[in-house]
Design a protein around this ligand. Structure first.
Ligand code: GRF
Length: 220
């Protein structure tokens, strides 16, 4: 059994995606949970015996210094990938650059539709028939990085933002761990330009009902 793929999870809030990652980790291991504030989600990490690091903005002269401390902790821990899970700070460009290809995010919309906040209400207002969530690599834009996978659901005539958010959140909890397990076992890769997946990941995505983005790896 190969050593588990070490990751850090960055959060700022309730941490339900973190909890789902803790429960569904098969091929990756959460070595560290980092936060920019003392938030409820950190309890999930503590209860699972996972190390936590919190660095709040007010204790540093700049946001860059604060984020260098936070991301430096992940670097020092030797993680191969950072998973943002409701981390609510804009990340400094130098840090995005340093972690490019090694940092992913989950966003509650079918990107490129509805980047930013209030995605569920905006999907209802736009009379979308479908909504969902996206897992993507992080680049310097707002929810613009290369897509890895999306999970979809219908928007019902009876939906309000709350009911739709709940349905999407259930998909988030499945897809984020699923993507991380695929990356950890080499079934989904990114060379800085193209996201690629292998046929095992492709079959597994079809089984789960997830839509993969990128291109299929050529057979070796
Ligand atoms: C999720 O909807 C995620 O997609 C977005 O922030 C929210 C975090 O929720 N980026 P939680 O803290 O994981 O419960």
């Amino acid at each position: 059994m190969p050593a588990a793929f070490p990751i850090a999870v960055f959060i700022s809030g309730r941490g339900s995606n973190l909890q789902a990652l803790i429960e569904r980790a098969e091929h990756f291991k959460i070595e560290l949970v980092c936060s920019n504030l003392d938030c409820p989600g950190l309890d999930y990490a503590r209860n699972a015996g996972i190390k936590t690091v919190t660095h709040t903005r007010k204790n540093f002269p700049s946001r860059l210094a604060q984020q260098e401390a936070l991301f430096g902790a992940a670097q020092q821990q030797g993680v191969k990938l950072i998973a943002l899970a409701g981390f609510m700070q804009i990340i400094e460009q130098s840090i995005v650059d340093a972690w490019f290809g090694k940092m992913i995010n989950i966003h509650p919309s079918l990107l490129p539709k509805f980047p930013g906040l209030d995605t569920h209400q905006r999907a209802i207002d736009a009379k979308e028939a479908e909504h969902g969530c996206s897992v993507h690599f992080v680049d310097g834009g707002m929810d613009t990085g290369p897509l890895i996978a999306q999970g979809r659901c219908g928007v019902l005539p009876t939906d309000d933002a709350h009911s739709l958010a709940q349905r999407v959140l259930g998909i988030e909890h499945r897809i984020y761990a699923w993507v991380l397990n695929q990356i950890a076992r080499g079934g989904s890769t990114f060379d800085g330009r193209t996201v690629q997946y292998n046929t095992t990941t492709e079959a597994a995505a079809a089984h789960e009902g997830f839509v993969l983005h990128g291109v299929r790896m050529s057979a070796r």
